[in-house]
Every structure is written in C-alpha cells, then in structure tokens.
Design a protein around this ligand. Structure first.
Ligand SMILES: *[C@@H]1O[C@H](CO)[C@@H](O)[C@H](O)[C@H]1NC(C)=O
Ligand SMILES: *[C@@H]1O[C@H](CO)[C@@H](O)[C@H](O)[C@H]1NC(C)=O
Ligand SMILES: *[C@@H]1O[C@H](CO)[C@@H](O)[C@H](O)[C@H]1NC(C)=O
Ligand SMILES: [Zn+2]
Length: 434
C-alpha cells in the first residue's frame, strides 16, 4: 500500500506541467569582476534552488536575467546584498506562471488573423503540427518543396526538415549560369524554449515558397540557392516544452545523474569542446555532454552538413532572445581570419532588419561581443565544416518577455528577419558566385 502511494506521487509529479506560479524574473546589474565571480559560483548550485539563468553568460555591465521561485525570493535577495558590494536588480516579471497561463489562454481564444494554407502563421505550434505543415508545403508547392530528415532523436522523433529548390540554374552576376548551385542551412529550436526560432523559420520558408515567381527578389534568391530548413532541431526538448515544462532548454537524454536530463546541444560539438562557457555538471543548463557529440541530434546534423559542405556556404543557428547577429568564434574572444567577410554580412542583415520596424540588433563575434561559449554549433560549421557564412542569431526581444515572446510578435519578427536574411543572401551571392 505504501509503495503504491509513493508510486502515485512520483507519477503525478512526472505528469504535471511544471508550474511557474509566482516565479519572478529578475534582471541583475553586475558592475565588477567580484560580482561576476560570485554569480558564477552561485550558478553551479542554482538548480538546487530551482533558480534558472535565462541569460547564458555573465559579464560585467551586461544584464543577467534569472528566474526565482517564490520560496527563494527572500534568501536570494539577501544573498545578492550579503556583501557591502551589493548586486542591484530589477524585477522584470512578477509572475512568470501568470504570463505563461495568459499566453496559453490567448493561444486558444484568439482567432488567427493569418490563415493562408490553413496554417496559423501567427501562432506557436506543436512539433506534430510543424511536421504536418512541412508535408502541406510539399503538397502545395511540389515543384519547389520536398522533405528531408537527418534521422531520429534520442526519443525517436523524426528530425524533419523542408528543402526548397527550384529547377533553374544559379547564375553569376553577369547572368552566365553556374554548374553547381550553392546551398543554405537554417535551423531553429536547438534550445527548446526559444519558440520564436521555429516560428521564424516557418514564416520565412513559407514566404519564399508563396512569393516565388511573384516577388522578383525572392524568385531570384530561391533560384540562386538550395535551402535546407530544419524548423525544430531539438525535437525532444521542444515536445517537452509543450507537454511538461515551457522553459526547458536542453535535449532529453539520460545523464549520469538520475534526476538531471539532457545536454546543451549548442555546447556539444567537437570543435574546442567544453573549453569555456560550458559546464561539466549534468544538472547545468549549459552541460556540454559526457563527451563531444554525445547527443544523437548534434551528431546527425553534423553528418548532414559535413556530407553537403561541397554546396552549403551559409548556416544560421536561430536562437532567442537578445537581438544579436553573431559570427565565430564562440570559444575565444579572438576573431577568425575571415571575420570581416562574415561580419560585413551581419551588418548588411541588421541594417535591412532594422529598416522594417526599427528593431535594433547588435552584431559581432560571439566571444568578444557577447560571451564565450565553446563547443557551439557555428564554431563547428565554420571551423570544421568550412561553411564560411556561419551565423548564430538571437531573435527578439531584449528581455521584456524573453523566451515568452507573445504570439502577436511572430509575424513582425518573421518580416524583419526575412528582410535581414534577404540582404545577407544578396551579400553572400556576391561572394560565392563572383
Ligand atoms: C509575399 O506575398 C504576400 C501575398 O501573397 C504579400 O502580402 C507579401 O508582401 C509578399 N512578401 C514579400 C516579401 O514579397
Ligand atoms: C566538410 O566537412 C568535414 C567535416 O564533416 C570536413 O572534414 C571537411 O574538410 C569539409 N570539407 C570542405 C571542403 O570544407
Ligand atoms: C574552405 O572554403 C574556402 C572558401 O570556399 C576554400 O577556399 C578553402 O579551400 C576551403 N578549405 C578547405 C579545407 O576545404
Ligand atoms: Zn539559444
């Protein structure tokens, strides 16, 4: 009988959707290196208190966003002011759970205003719906669209993508045709909770398909490149954000610690693996994995890119949030030799992006401008696979909603990001078809 009750408790815990009721989001203002060190030390035990860093790294003069459960609010506040050198903070969100609940309700109640092809482009979607949408695109645009898969995830979900490819030959600037068409890879959802990134890939893919042969710029750029688009990279984590925990980030593989799951798929690549800005603690959100490429998802994408790097010249790993258009390296603050070539593309992208609604992006190399993060995706695509135009993009916003970007920002984010991307593609086209 006792066993039964215990089992019942465990099962009900496992099945419940994680509550963030009365959890607060704090923005910390770190002013010196001692404060950075203090938070770094704290971050190693934060999960024991259910405290979660929304910001990936800590640096002086950069805001650090952290979620705090109600039972830790007083003690964490005391901890921050425990020295004379008090760490200042603002409460950005009073009740994260209430924001999640309101968004769920709006998702159900608000009629979609954007219903082309029977798919609500202004809403977030489950993995099943996204995969059904890919099939729908292939049915609707059979001469342009096809599916591809890079295999199955740890929990045996398909890592399903959409390929866009026209039958026209690519051309040089003077109009002469070239034999081998270059290709582009974009993905979203490598971090499960960053829902705007799959939604943006979906919006952009649909615009390329539906405006082909209508809009001259889009028609031209669809003829110039083949597009491999993987809207949801971390399929298991993404499914988990819909069924169990809206703020889950990592994969869902087992680790050596029974209650801690998953590795950070953006710290798991075998280029300068776990050298800095990554954790060896399986309970950490930036856990690099037990070894490089411990995660089946990163292995499979790396194999696909490696097998197609005779054509793939451009990679984007879409994330949120912070509004950044970044290039390698992540593992060091140093810049690669081709930094200017890469970063000039970022500059073109953020200019065009900002011209749409005035949204401001910062660009630069990951390590110096933003944070050191080793074993990351674009260091590998650039450093190992030699994909020159490799970018990591952090989409909207700058922390007002963070990962919980409301659905009414999906279309504007898609529109401005598309404008940035079209400018970047024109820039890349000028270099690869010279
Ligand atoms: C794509 O087409 C739609 C209508 O089909 C139009 O409203 C939209 O402006 C077009 N987008 C671009 C970028 O040309
Ligand atoms: C393609 O990627 C593989 C890694 O998978 C790398 O070893 C190889 O050098 C790359 N080829 C080119 C032409 O860059
Ligand atoms: C990497 O790509 C550049 C530009 O496409 C090319 O010149 C170079 O030979 C490639 N390096 C390797 C190792 O394949
Ligand atoms: Zn991310």
């Amino acid at each position: 009988m006792v066993t039964f009750i215990l089992l019942g408790t465990i099962v009900s815990n496992v099945c419940a959707y994680k509550s963030y009721s009365k959890h607060q989001l704090w923005r910390l203002h770190v002013e010196n290196n001692e404060q950075v060190a203090k938070l770094l030390e704290f971050s190693r035990i934060a999960h024991l208190h259910d405290i979660n860093f929304w910001s990936e790294e800590f640096r002086m003069n950069m805001p650090i966003d952290i979620s705090i459960p109600p039972e830790a609010i007083d003690s964490f506040s005391e901890y921050l002011s425990s020295n004379d050198d008090k760490i200042k903070y603002d409460v950005v969100m009073n009740d994260i759970g209430a924001v999640i609940d309101r968004q769920k309700l709006l998702h159900k109640l608000r009629p979609s205003t954007f219903n082309a092809d029977d798919f609500a482009y202004d809403k977030y979607h489950t993995l099943e719906d996204i995969h059904a949408w890919i099939d729908k695109m292939v049915q609707t645009y059979p001469t342009l669209a096809s599916t591809f898969t890079v295999g199955q995830s740890y929990e045996k979900r398909d890592m399903k993508g959409l390929k866009i490819s026209s039958s026209k030959l690519a051309t040089k600037r003077d109009g002469t045709p070239v034999n081998q068409k270059k290709a582009v890879w974009w993905d979203g959802g490598i971090h499960a909770r960053e829902w705007i990134s799959p939604a943006t890939n979906i919006f952009i893919a649909h615009t390329l398909l539906s405006n082909y042969s209508k809009d001259p710029t889009i028609t031209h750029l669809v003829d110039q490149f083949d597009y491999y688009i993987l809207p949801v990279f971390n399929v298991d984590g993404y499914a988990y954000t819909w069924s169990k925990d809206r703020l889950w980030r990592k994969t869902r593989s087992k680790t050596i610690i029974p209650l801690c799951f998953g590795a950070d798929p953006n710290r798991n690549w075998d280029y300068k693996w776990c050298e800095g800005g990554a954790s060896r603690d399986p309970c950490s959100d930036t856990y690099c994995g037990g070894k490089p490429f411990s995660e089946i998802e990163t292995v499979q994408v790396s194999k696909f890119i490696g097998a197609h790097n005779d054509t793939i010249v451009h990679y984007i790993n879409f994330h949120s949030y912070s509004q950044l258009w970044m290039t390698p390296w992540g593992y060091t603050t140093k810049k690669p030799d081709q930094f200017k070539l890469q970063d000039d593309g970022s500059a073109a992208a953020v200019d065009a992006l900002g011209a749409v609604f005035g949204t401001q992006y910062v660009h630069g190399n990951i390590g110096a401008t933003i944070y050191v993060a080793s074993g990351n995706t674009v260091d590998w695509t650039s450093g190992t696979a030699n994909v020159t135009f490799s970018y990591a993009v952090e989409l909207r916003d700058t922390g007002e909603y963070g990962f919980l970007l409301p659905e009414d920002q999906i279309i504007p984010t898609g529109q401005e990001t598309l404008a940035g991307e079209l400018a970047l593609l024109k820039y890349i086209e000028g270099h690869v078809y010279a």
